[in-house]
Design a protein around this ligand. Structure first.
Ligand code: GDP
Length: 198
């Protein structure tokens, strides 16, 4: 992970994706889950992914490239599940995500972010089902762990792990993180590097 990460590409549709080159690791989650903060904390670039923008405003796949020896790109997928989303927006999100997941052989793993305070919501379960169908392996990352008590966190981890048993493409272990305290970042980086070097 060490080195300069930079924005290289934003794509509102699958017709304009960057050419496939190296592997991609993608992040997805409900809007406000802490996805931008996580990408910034992981890469050590505080302004790389834009935090706290208007929920659901951008419906784009955003690509970041690391140093040449990193050998993989990060993809920030548009957030989902904001309450006021009109049906047409949900439909265009679904189309973009389905098409990206299906046609991208360089996509090595998707990280599905879940807020430690809320756990898996119905809309998250729907996204997991979409991922199961597309046969792209994915792993759950709990975010904002600093916001809940240890006992609550343990309960959330147990409940989420239990729910994952119904999802065949899910990696069984979760990663628990906080962008604020930086806890879980070494573990998540290590998991990602394992995916791209195996
Ligand atoms: P995104 O919409 O998923 O990209 O979410 P953001 O990264 O913009 O974060 C949404 C809000 O949650 C912001 O106010 C962040 O400051 C806050 N946030 C993100 N990560 C954490 C975290 O680890 N701990 C705490 N306490 N707040 C966080």
């Amino acid at each position: 992970f060490a080195g300069d990460w930079r924005f290289i590409w934003a794509s509102p549709s699958v017709e304009t994706l960057p050419p496939m080159q190296g592997l991609e690791l993608a992040f997805v989650g409900r809007s406000n889950v802490g996805k931008s903060s996580l990408i910034n904390a992981l890469t050590g670039r505080s302004g790389l992914a834009r935090t706290s923008h208007t929920p659901g405003r951008t419906q784009e796949l955003i690509f970041f490239e690391g140093p040449p020896d990193a050998g993989f790109r990060l993809v920030d997928m548009p957030g989902y599940g904001y309450a006021s989303a009109p049906k047409t927006k949900i439909a265009s999100w679904t189309k973009l995500i389905h098409q990206y997941l299906q046609g991208r052989s360089t996509l090595a793993r998707v990280y599905v972010l879940i807020d430690s305070r809320h756990g898996l919501k119905d809309v998250d379960q729907e996204v997991l089902t979409t991922l199961d169908k597309s046969a792209v392996s994915y792993q759950i990352v709990l975010t904002k762990a600093d916001q809940v008590k240890a006992s609550e966190l343990a309960e959330r981890v147990a409940a989420t792990s239990e729910a994952l048993r119904k999802h065949p493409a899910a990696f069984p272990e979760l990663v628990v993180t906080s962008s604020r305290s930086a806890s879980g970042m070494p573990e998540l980086r290590a998991a990602m590097i394992k995916v791209v070097t195996e």
